[in-house]
Design a protein. Structure first.
Lengths: 659, 140
């Protein structure tokens, strides 16, 4: 009896440790799973010429039960996911530092998401529900120039669900720790007349873990109502999107990190529409889109949130509240044409993009600030060309260049941007080798130009950031196994930073300037993925980055690794991943995520997901400077808030039903 | 974006797998026809059907014993229900399966971002077809 029990325990342990040994092979279900994965991945290879790519397929997103883009940002190599003092996603955040001109660009389909004042729209989108997204492509380094007028160190492209592959009406709901709730629905079909449509609506009440600090509660909750629709037929597609948000903004400008309970917060309303044309036969592609954003921002703090010098008397005016209203507008259009001639392929395009913002109300304490009766705007006119030469099926040479003119408000100087890229790709059944050399200048964000003039009274021209990079990737493919090595070196000149000095009169002089010494990044990444059998697959990466002269003129070394395992058996899917980060000036982080999905039939899917189960998933550091003691000749007061985890330890439970 | 990089893609594998799945469905749902004439509707996309393993691919649906189609009306087999009697029909679209649920043996189609299979419960009951246990989630 005892021997039988031991044997049973042995079988159970074996089944847990080596699930493949305990289950029998299923013919048709296994084939179907393999087909699902391969059909997804086949899209990937079509983009090889666009750059060094990481792709999360629909099957990956479903297995991982990814609900927010920030979960993918956590997995990005060479980055440390952070949230800023407004509680918004900003991987390059450093307190008081300006946005990096060479940052992350976010796209949904062909639309670039921009916030003319707030900088990157990633801040808002990274924590929104992404149940309408099919798959995600992440380009490391400068990708194809046809993506958009503005370049980035990372380009993230989100693709909405394809009605041809959906053919469904879905209702889904999930809830999680701290009282988070989300309800979404979408319908996607192709009619007999060939009209393709996707309509999606979502309401999310995202409750975040509250940070208690010096008796105050710092809140990062977000409430979002979101609607997205697209309609397409033949070569035409129309997209419509609107969302209304209420974001709680952590501690925002509070100079002693002590906001009044319930503040700061903002209400934002966004409206977007776009028309897209694509004719694969003639190679003509074009679009025009427009978005408008209205934001009402309210802040109240026990300590000062800012200090102003009243012009007539030069007496300091300390304010504890802000009440702003801001409008932002973006209009973007592009037309491009692809030509093919023998072994040559060429794509030429022209893009015009207009970005503007305008404060309609600025109230600092009881002081109403007169705002200029005009918009702060920039118009970008860009011409780009990409040429590819393919002498034989294995080899491709690529040469791209772009010239862009930034026409700015008369208070700032107009700018010209140039960018070039040369690439070589070798591609065979077993090997892929890609190498790119690129370089160009990056124009500072409109927000940074505005702040330098309006907030810091700095009239000198802010130089463009210049970046050069060389990158190489080797990929070895063998059946379902793939090994790759990525190497890159980047030099960034004129990186923006905040210059701060106490002048002899005892006031703080601050403005955005550019670093004299170039920053250099050396990156290496090794990845491995293997579909062990029809039930198990593993993937992992490890990377290192050496940086010279990052902000504080020091050298630093960052390391990271990710390991993931997927187990599929019958109607069950289990995903596990562990993300490790060791970054200079931050503590080590271990982010373990797990998702268990049960799909008893085609219609129903139930899942439970654990996020940041070890509660060591990330590390953010904040500090705030209260300058008011300077008025009485005392040094400014610095308040530090360390070790804030941007990932809440959370359990999600969800259900999805298709009719 | 240039399209030159579309080399050695997994597209061949995808077509092969699609064909393998169709073959399995034919073997399962039309065991008596698996070595006979099969018609595949080309408007549903390219399929690398493993012809050497099963039956014979024909271009005329009227001649076929097994029909795999995404739109039965386009096959010009009027009237649809009676002209298909005696043939095993597997639809390649969910909408078409719902439309012709009484005569379709099963379906293979994309839905909710992934490929799906339906085995018609009434059909297998009527034909006394026994299916492996692992295929039961497909039976509706």
């Amino acid at each position: 009896m005892k021997g039988q029990r031991l044997r049973l325990v042995g079988i159970v342990i074996t089944a847990i440790l080596f699930p493949t040994l305990a289950v029998a092979s299923d013919d048709l279900p296994a084939l179907l799973n393999e087909y699902a994965q391969k059909a997804d991945l086949s899209c990937k290879t079509k983009q090889e010429a666009a750059g060094n790519l990481i792709i999360y397929t629909r099957q990956d997103l479903d297995r991982m039960q990814v609900k927010q883009l920030k979960e993918l940002l956590a997995r990005l190599p060479f980055l440390h996911y952070k949230e800023n003092n407004f509680g918004l996603s900003d991987p390059f955040y450093s307190p008081y530092m300006p946005d990096s001109a060479v940052g992350i660009r976010l796209y949904i389909n062909d639309r670039s998401l921009d916030s003319p004042y707030g900088g990157n729209a990633l801040q808002a989108y990274a924590q929104m529900d992404m149940s309408y997204i099919d798959h995600v492509e992440i380009y490391m380094g400068a990708p194809a120039l046809s993506f958009g007028a503005e370049q980035g160190a990372f380009v993230i492209k989100l693709y909405t669900k394809d009605p041809q592959r959906e053919n469904t009406d879905v209702l889904g709901a999930y809830g999680g720790s701290y009282g988070t709730r989300n309800l979404y629905t979408y319908t996607a079909h192709v009619t007999d007349e060939g009209l393709k449509y996707l309509i999606y609506a979502d309401y999310m009440d995202l409750k975040r873990k509250k940070i208690r600090f010096k008796g105050n509660s710092l809140n990062r909750n977000k409430r979002i109502g979101h609607f997205y629709a697209e309609f397409g037929k033949d070569h035409h597609r129309v997209e419509i999107e609107t969302f209304r948000t209420k974001f709680n903004h952590f501690y925002a400008h509070s100079t002693r990190i002590d906001p009044v309970d319930g503040y700061p917060y903002s209400y934002a309303t966004n409206l977007y529409t776009g028309y897209y044309y694509h004719d694969a036969e003639t190679g003509i592609k074009g679009y025009i889109n427009a978005s408008h954003n209205k934001i009402h921002y309210v802040e109240k703090s026990h300590s000062a949130v800012g200090i102003l010098a009243v012009p007539q008397t030069y007496t300091p005016y300390i304010y504890n509240t802000i009440d702003d209203r801001l409008n932002e507008t973006v209009v973007d259009s592009q037309i491009r044409k692809r030509f093919k001639w023998k072994n040559w392929e060429n794509e030429t395009g022209f893009q015009v993009k207009y970005k503007s913002f305008r404060f309609t109300d600025i109230k600092l304490g009881r002081l109403i600030i007169p705002h200029p009766d005009r918009k702060d705007h920039e118009t970008i006119c860009a011409l780009f060309n990409e040429t590819g030469y393919q002498p034989n099926p294995n080899n491709i040479l690529l040469l791209s260049f772009k010239g862009a003119r930034y026409r700015l408000d008369e208070r700032f100087n107009d700018r010209t941007q140039f960018f070039g890229r040369f690439g070589y790709i070798y591609n065979s059944k077993d090997w892929t080798f890609k190498s790119f050399i690129d370089g160009g200048n990056f124009i500072p964000e409109l927000h940074d130009l505005y702040v330098n003039v309006h907030d810091f009274n700095r009239l000198e021209k802010l130089d463009s950031t210049v970046a050069y990079a060389v990158s190489t990737q080797f990929i070895r493919k063998e059946g379902d196994r793939q090994l790759s090595l990525f190497l890159s070196a980047t030099e960034v000149q004129n990186q923006l930073y905040l210059y701060t000095k106490l002048d002899p009169a005892g006031t703080i002089v601050r403005y955005y300037d550019t670093l004299d010494a170039p920053m250099r990044f050396y990156n290496a990444r090794l990845t491995y993925q293997d579909r062990l059998n029809e039930h198990n697959s593993i993937a992992g990466d490890c990377w290192g980055m050496h940086t010279d002269n990052r902000n504080d003129n020091q050298q630093s070394n960052d390391y990271g690794a990710t390991l993931s395992h997927d187990f599929i058996w019958s109607t069950w899917t289990l995903h596990n991943d562990l993300i490790y980060r060791h970054l200079a000036s931050y503590r080590e982080t271990w982010n373990w995520n797990m998702a268990l999905t049960w799909s008893p039939d085609r219609s129903l899917s139930l899942y439970i997901k654990g996020e940041n189960l070890l509660d060591k998933g990330g590390d953010n550091r904040y500090f705030a400077v209260d300058p008011t003691p300077l008025i009485v000749g005392q040094p400014p007061l610095i308040t530090r808030l360390n070790h804030v985890d941007p990932f809440d330890r959370r359990i999600w439970i969800g259900v999805e039903y298709q009719f | 974006m240039l399209t030159l990089g579309a080399l050695y893609s997994q597209a061949d594998d995808v077509e092969r797998l699609k064909g393998e799945i169709m073959k399995k469905l034919v073997e399962l749902l039309a065991p008596e026809h698996q070595n006979e004439k099969i018609y595949i509707d080309k408007s549903c996309g390219k399929v690398d059907f493993p012809v050497q393993m099963v039956g014979r691919i024909v271009n005329n649906p009227a001649e076929a014993d097994v029909i795999l189609a995404c739109d039965l009306n386009r096959l010009h087999l009027h009237p649809v229900p009676s002209s298909l009697s005696g043939k095993t029909v597997i639809t390649l679209s969910y909408k078409e399966y719902i439309r012709h649920k009484n005569l379709a043996a099963g379906a293979f189609f994309w839905q909710k971002g992934r490929p799906n299979i339906i085995i018609n419960a009434r059909y297998i009951q009527r034909r006394h077809i026994r299916i492996p246990r692992s295929y039961r989630p497909f039976v509706e």
